[in-house]
Design a protein around this ligand. Structure first.
Ligand code: HH2
Length: 269
């Protein structure tokens, strides 16, 4: 899953793809490098990011979704917490709704996913506000708490009519977690995988990798590869990344080594 942030302020690629032409070209480039999915976002959720008004988010993402979705591949995912944005994106051809609030910002999101026959990614975030999520995050046991949250969100989605087979789960690396919480989640990812749904992992270029390596955001490719391979080995199936070619090559080697020669690329798998 290639990351396409149509924002001025995303933590690593902010400002690069605000222009629709540049965004579409980057989507095509990521697809050529092997991304099965392109995740289009119009609002940064980095710690401390300012909320984006609905109209502005729509203006950023919809022209881009429309143009990428014209082709059968890559599958378009919309990264939003807003129902109106998800609705317009699905209308424009998005097949996956990636909601970092896991349907908490707008519970109506579940009904949209159900009626559109879309797939959703439900992610764990501590609290419900990216502006404050990194203020002293605490857990008794981060893995069991994230797992319980994802199980509850999965049950909610199913109650609202989303088939279980259309739900992906994500532990939310960096969303209200210390570096040690993130490492613990990757180390014990098999416990999240045991819920029985495909697990998405979004470690790409994140701060905890910088804390370990001392590298700046764009220098964290090798660190991201390491985190992805370890997550893959523990059962993760979808990897949200900025650097697609390195992710694909490293995961091909990981897959060949552990004998899982295929990983999930189809939205409803
Ligand atoms: N991380 C970010 C955004 N969306 N979605 C899922 N499912 N999992 C993630 O880990 C995840 C996500 C944050 O990264 P990025 O999009 O690169 O930055 P920003 O939020 O600043 O746009």
């Amino acid at each position: 899953m290639g990351v396409l942030n149509v924002t001025p302020d995303s933590f690593s690629d902010g400002g690069l793809y605000l222009d629709a032409e540049a965004a579409v070209a980057h989507a095509q480039e990521m697809a050529a490098e092997g991304a099965a999915i392109v995740d289009v976002g119009g609002e940064s959720t980095r710690p401390g990011a300012q909320p984006v008004p609905e109209r502005e988010e729509l203006e950023r993402v919809i022209p881009v979704v429309e143009r990428i979705a014209v082709d059968a591949e890559p599958t378009v995912s919309i990264d939003t917490r807003k129902l109106a944005v998800a609705e317009a994106a699905v209308q424009a051809g998005a097949r996956i709704v990636n909601d970092v609030s896991a349907f908490r910002s707008d519970p109506g999101m579940a009904g949209l996913v159900a009626s559109a026959g879309a797939t959703c990614c439900l992610m764990h975030m501590l609290g419900d506000d990216p502006q404050t999520m990194q203020d002293d995050p605490r857990y008794e046991d981060v893995v069991s708490e994230v797992k319980a949250f994802l199980e509850e969100r999965l049950a909610f989605a199913v109650t609202e009519g989303v088939p279980e087979g259309h739900v992906w789960l994500d532990p939310g690396i960096g969303f209200g977690k210390t570096p040690e919480h993130n490492l613990e989640l990757i180390r014990r990812l098999d416990e999240i995988v045991a819920i029985g749904r495909p697990v998405v992992i979004g470690s790409s270029r994140k701060t905890f990798l910088g804390r370990i390596t001392g590298r700046t955001e764009r220098e964290r490719v090798a660190a991201t590869v390491a985190a992805n391979v370890l997550a893959y080995e523990r059962g993760a199936s979808i990897f949200r990344v900025h650097d697609v070619s390195e992710a694909v090559d490293s995961l091909k080697v990981a897959a060949a080594t552990v004998g899982r020669t295929q990983w999930t690329t189809t939205p409803s798998a």
